[in-house]
Write a protein that binds this ligand. Sequence first.
Ligand code: OGA
Ligand code: MN
Length: 285
Amino acid sequence: MRITPINEGFAAEFADVDLTRPVSGDVVAAIESGMNQYAMLVSRDQALNDDTQRDFTRRFGPLEAASGGHVTATSDRRLPLDMQDASNLDQHQRVLARDDRRRMFNLGNRLWHSDSSYRPVTARYSLLSGRIVVTDGGRTEFADMRAAYDALDNETKAEIEDLVCEHSLMFSRGILGFTALSEAERTMFEPVRHKLVRTHPSTGRKSLFLSAHAGAIVNWPVPEARAFLRDLIEHATQRRFVYSHVWRRNDLVMWDNRTTMHRVTRFDESQIRDLRRTTVAGIAA
Ligand code: OGA
Ligand code: MN
């Protein structure tokens, strides 16, 4: 297997391995080491299906369940409970209507975020498989939260070192004006707390743990916290920290949610875009 950098220190591509077949422990170790170095990896021409995608993902740890992260009734799901649907399709493989509640909720993916930062235990890796892709827009962009942390001045680093943020799907959806939630959804989306500065357990590198789901800083006035979080996200998503992925069919893109943020860019939603995500659960901090 070969790993070739796309950017200096952030984003790389790996090739010469077929992920539709069981891979060796050496390959898994090489991919983990690539993830530690580059924070995100791309592999082209991986014709995965839901079973092979899940089998490969499980090599890095248990899968995270989708429950608690969306507003889709179980009976309306298109994908199994241990996969996350990043498509614009309903359970009958039809494009969601413009004002469909599921589509409006999924538009939250247009905001820079880290997957499952709204959960008490946040996600480790996400793996996104491009089954049907669009050619215009619909890119997935990634920002390197390690480089963004390193580029802060020492004063800011000292100020944020011990800050704790509150994350909730209510905050990210609130940014988009999606506020009509049932009592059950409000309970499910109860805010959780995470440190703003995280140290990666394998590399010891520090990074900013930011996300559109972050809507408060513990012991700060809310407007001040939101203004500051906005400043930090603006800093962290400067183009010099960003890799923008142009999808080809059967691309597999994987990223470390502890050290990156990502978002999808706008596209013509009359076209089918079928991307499916598996997620490696994190470990309680
Ligand atoms: C995701 C996600 C972005 C995309 O699946 O977690 O944010 O490009 N997807 O669909
Ligand atoms: Mn995401």
